[in-house]
Design a protein around this ligand. Structure first.
Ligand code: XMP
Length: 527
């Protein structure tokens, strides 16, 4: 795979593009998203990119991201110095700003005093190009650094400072170089987005053309060009990515698309019906609905080990998907809801697409010998863009804002053997948890909220009767990307409402517990 060639060269040809050079922290994705919010297309590239490779992609601007290293450390990531001679404007942020300062003759020093968190920034009399006159002269910015930029390179103007960082912002408008020690991409830097926009529009001359309407138009054209008059199939999981991909491809090729929805019986309450309702009735999409719950329950009989469950569910899913798609022999294309972060994580840009079938877009991943060409219309998009796109295409809120859901479904939220009765119990409890979260207006603030059914029973008393029933565990987490997560500090009243309703409405459940484990050390799911 050639990650330097761009994830979607067609996008770069269509839109003014800004490349974000990744210096190894979490910041690059956030910067790229902020650039897109300013309606400018952006992609992330590794810092090993050469000047020739960079110039070949004709970017309107380049942003160096922050990073965890010290520019003084041996082996610290650097950049091909010839990039400074390409004439492309550069904005260096934090580590990127230090690198820019050092490479061009300024000074980065260990002052012995770092700055972390909120910091007062004083903008000089001449705010230069990055700070519009209209912005306040004293601003709160977010800092996170140890080394600091003490001197801007010769010929540069220092436009802002803090008590610890004499050259907190510096620029040379003539040469097109800009550096800031703080992080304009984080929300705590109040005027950060305005600063980024001034770089994009004023310094780089970018046009704000990356809009949802335009993305839809471009993708519709690209999908038509790729598929021609052939047939395509798309596996729907009920999740937002495959739903948006299907809606977009349907807009492009209409009845040439057939969707396959394998209902495993392990989905959330009402989810299967909603997929059918939305795609068949509202969109008029040709939909093969396979009701396979019985087959899954039979296959899961006696299986307790989590990985054995995943494997069993995954294998059966593939078999059923294959045999349903078997009636579509003439289908040459397979639509997948691969997103830009998936592409970044698998270390790949354009090319080698066949290798990028992601297991988590289907229950267990499709076998590699399925002879399809992939159509991945969301390959260049971040999750928030996919949601906006879904809404624009007319998908209902429940699908667009659906929380992530594991491919093996409720199968990995039932500890021990999976049976139809346990699934019914869990579906009821899970629906209550999600309903209460929605009523509390927390749906979008919580990454995932769900119920877990463990394989134990405990004693209780209801009315005058002794009970010996199952507990339900409520799990709710906040997260940015599911790699790490914090247990959500849900209000007591909300937990109380969930507990009362679960005990009152779900037969066989006599106790409710709340999981207060973060990830790590816990995982989000229980299995
Ligand atoms: P964990 O439990 O590993 O979950 O913290 C991280 C994220 O991945 C989802 N998840 C899965 N998704 N197949 C999937 O498609 C799986 O087997 C699977 N296991 C976990 C989980 O819901 C969370 O969003």
């Amino acid at each position: 795979m050639n990650e330097l060639a761009g994830v979607l060269p067609e996008m770069e040809a269509e839109y003014d593009t800004v490349l974000v050079v990744d210096f190894g922290a979490q910041y690059a994705q956030l910067i790229a998203r902020r650039v897109r919010e300013a309606h400018v297309y952006s992609e992330i590239v590794p810092h090993t990119i050469t000047a020739t490779e960079l110039a070949a992609r004709k970017p309107k601007g380049v942003i160096f991201s922050g990073g965890p290293a010290s520019v003084h450390a041996e082996g610290a990531p650097s950049i091909d110095p010839a990039i400074y001679d390409t004439g492309v404007p550069v904005l260096g942020i934090c580590y990127g700003g230090q690198l820019l300062a050092r490479d061009l003759g300024g000074e980065v020093a260990k002052t012995g005093r770092g700055e972390y968190g909120r910091t007062e920034l004083k903008i000089g009399a001449d705010g230069g190009r990055l700070f519009a006159d209209s912005l306040p002269r004293d601003q709160v910015v977010w800092m996170s650094h140890f080394d600091t930029i003490t001197e801007a390179p010769d010929g540069f103007v220092v436009t802002a400072s803090t008590p610890t960082t004499p050259a907190a912002a510096f620029e040379s408008v003539d040469r097109g170089f800009y550096g800031v020690q703080f992080h304009p991409e984080v929300v705590h830097t109040a005027a950060g987005q305005a600063l980024l926009e001034r770089f994009l529009y004023e310094a780089c001359g970018c046009r704000p053309s990356w809009t949802m309407t335009s993305i839809i138009e471009t993708q519709v054209e690209l999908v038509r060009a790729q598929v021609g008059s052939a047939r395509a199939i798309c596996g729907l999981s009920g999740g937002v990515d495959s739903a948006v991909a299907a809606a977009l491809v349907h807009k492009a090729i209409g009845s040439q698309l057939t969707c396959v929805f394998v209902d495993t019986g392990l989905m959330r309450q009402g989810e299967g019906e909603q997929v059918v309702e939305t795609f068949r009735r509202n969109f008029g999409i040709d939909l093969v609905h396979v009701r396979a719950a019985d087959q899954f329950f039979e296959k899961l009989e006696g299986i307790i080990d989590p990985e054995d469950k995943r494997k069993a569910i995954g294998e059966l899913f593939i078999r059923i998907f294959e045999s349903s798609a078997g009636g579509l022999e003439d289908a040459r294309f397979l639509v997948q809801g691969t997103l830009y972060p998936d592409v970044i994580e698998s270390g790949g840009g354009h090319g080698g697409q066949a290798a990028t079938i992601k297991s988590h877009h289907n229950v267990g991943g499709l076998p590699e010998d399925m002879d399809f060409e992939l159509v991945e219309p969301l390959r260049a998009l971040f999750k928030d863009e996919v949601r906006t796109l879904g809404a624009e295409l007319g998908l209902p809120d429940e699908i667009v804002w659906r929380q992530p859901f594991p491919g093996p479904g409720l199968g990995v939220r039932i500890i021990g053997e999976v049976t139809p009765d346990k699934v019914a119990t869990l579906q009821l409890a899970d629906a209550i948890v999600r309903d209460e979260i929605r009523k509390a207006g927390l749906e979008r603030a919580i990454w995932q909220a769900f119920a877990v059914l463990p394989d134990i029973r405990s004693v209780g008393v209801m009315g005058d009767e002794r009970t010996y029933g199952h507990p339900i565990i409520i799990r709710a987490v906040t997260s940015e990307d599911a790699m790490t997560a914090d247990w959500a500090r849900l209000p007591y009243e909300l937990l109380d409402a969930m507990s009362n309703r679960i005990i009152g409405e779900v037969p066989g459940v006599n106790r409710v517990a709340y999981d207060i484990t973060s990830k790590p050390p816990g995982t989000i799911e229980w299995e």
